[in-house]
Design a protein around this ligand. Structure first.
Ligand SMILES: NC(=O)c1ccc[n+]([C@@H]2O[C@H](COP(=O)([O-])OP(=O)(O)OC[C@H]3O[C@@H](n4cnc5c(N)ncnc54)[C@H](O)[C@@H]3O)[C@@H](O)[C@H]2O)c1
Length: 430
């Protein structure tokens, strides 16, 4: 079986359908955000992509030569896959118009750093990013030896160069010139722990890493995976402010796994075609702060009260489900790597000029009275371009109550992070 990263039947109908799934209804209303909001519309692209010759030399997952496609979706799911295919196809079409080449070679151009690359999430995430045709350099950093991971990955014949950086002394170099920094460094949960139990260790790790990001690549997109995300993102914001380089548009808490889980569980429960399902997840990334908006599920589907209750509880506890199944050997790593890779891919597409990129993420927000909030956002070349407010309109009674209930916990997690970051370090006694 040939698995291809980019499928060749550039079916316009298929593309626009999947974009509708990704972007929702035809028109979004957009919250006013301090850094400039814009109205946005979902759209379908009208292009024809007649000759598979363009992609003959593509060197992503497939060997060169004839390409057969047996899958509609890319590794990152239909939504992202279709959009990535479209992004590549648009460039291919441009090349064709300009008569430059018959053979299309993707323009790998972005540098991505993964901090914590030797870990349970870091390793599979590195592999998935190594597969991206949009990446030219992959910087792997860890306090543990990451040389072996880099050597291993470097044998994959995909375009990006893999460089390894081990230990604090190499942290700065791992970040120079980087476009996207992904941070899965830290300790994972063990059975019986909440994400907040990780605070004491992971808060310091994130602080140190963000200080280095501020010094070496302040313009990069920053993706925070380390838990508790509800607090580590506010910590990162404070550190960046202290360094005078905070750009709220470029700091993202990665909550994609909640969306991935919601899509999977809803599709299973309602017997839907998995690749069509899109459930926005708002709030935060821990327990009851994770609020899947089932009433906004696309395609539109109705749930009984019992189904709503069961699905929401399962989505909120899905991380714990994995922690318990792993019985002390860590938390979600493979599904998390998949979700984080999807978010990286979306960011790279946005950086590459795709003007139609939507994801859920935990960001600085004015959507509620909380300073940070997860919702669907539009990502552009400069980061968060718009925060989508329409998902919060017309909530069910259950969702409205759940939204009210999550706010105090999320508020306190945000404050805990801010307080930690603002704490003056006591000078060591002599
Ligand atoms: N956002 C999410 O949805 C989500 C989901 C699952 C896990 N997580 C979180 O991701 C984090 C990592 O999980 P994991 O399973 O990969 O853990 P892991 O222990 O397998 O890997 C963590 C890696 O971080 C490295 N590390 C520790 N301190 C570091 C530092 N100061 N600088 C650089 N690297 C450092 C370790 O050496 C290790 O290689 C945890 O905090 C976990 O809670 C988040």
């Amino acid at each position: 079986m040939t698995i291809v990263f980019i499928h060749l039947r550039m079916d316009v109908q298929g593309y626009s359908n999947s974009k509708m799934a990704a972007t929702g209804a035809t028109t979004f209303s957009v919250a006013s955000v301090s850094y400039g909001s814009q109205g946005s519309k979902s759209k379908s692209l009208n292009f024809r992509f007649n000759s598979p010759n363009y992609l003959k030399s593509f060197s992503g997952l497939k060997a060169a030569g004839s390409v057969r496609c047996e899958s509609e979706a890319s590794f990152f799911g239909q939504d992202s896959g279709a959009a990535l295919r479209a992004s590549v196809a648009v460039r291919a079409e441009k090349q064709n118009k300009e008569g430059l080449e018959r053979c299309f070679q993707p323009q790998a151009s972005f540098k991505v750093a993964i901090l914590g690359a030797a870990g349970g999430i870091g390793q599979p995430l590195s592999l998935l990013i190594k597969m991206s045709p949009l990446v030219s350099a992959l910087h792997l950093y860890d306090i543990a030896n990451v040389k072996g991971v880099a050597a291993d990955l470097s044998h994959c014949n995909t375009p990006s160069q893999v460089l390894d950086f081990t230990g604090q002394a190499e942290l700065g170099n791992s970040l120079k010139g980087v476009d996207v920094v992904v941070i899965p460094a830290g300790v994972p949960r063990k059975p019986g722990m909440t994400r907040d139990d990780l605070f004491n260790i992971n808060a310091s790790i994130v602080k140190t890493l963000i200080e280095a990001v501020a010094d070496n690549c302040p313009d990069a997109f920053i993706h925070i995976i380390s838990n508790p995300v509800n607090s580590t993102v506010p910590i990162a914001a404070e550190i960046l402010k202290q360094k005078g380089v905070y750009n709220p548009k470029k700091l993202f808490g990665v909550t994609t796994l909640d969306v991935v889980r919601a899509n999977t569980f809803v599709a299973q429960k309602k017997n839907l075609k998995l690749i069509d399902v899109d459930v926005p997840v708002i709030g935060g990334h821990a327990g009851i702060t994770i609020l899947p908006l089932l009433s906004k599920t696309r395609p539109s589907v109705s749930f009984t009260d019992k189904e709503v209750e069961d699905l929401i509880v399962r989505i909120q506890n899905a991380g714990t489900e994995v922690v318990e199944a792993k019985a002390g050997a860590g938390s979600a790593t493979l599904s998390m790597a998949y979700a984080a890779a999807r978010f990286v891919e979306s960011s790279l597409r946005a950086l590459d000029g795709d003007s139609d990129v939507y994801e859920c993420s935990y960001v600085q927000s004015e959507l509620t009275d909380l300073p940070f909030f997860a919702s669907r956002i539009k990502i552009g070349k400069e980061g968060v371009e718009a925060i989508i407010s329409s998902d919060l309109q017309g909530l069910t009674e259950y969702e409205t109550k759940a939204l009210d209930a999550l706010k105090p916990e999320l508020k306190s997690s945000i404050e805990k992070g801010v307080t930690f970051a603002q704490k003056k370090e006591t000078p060591a006694s002599v």
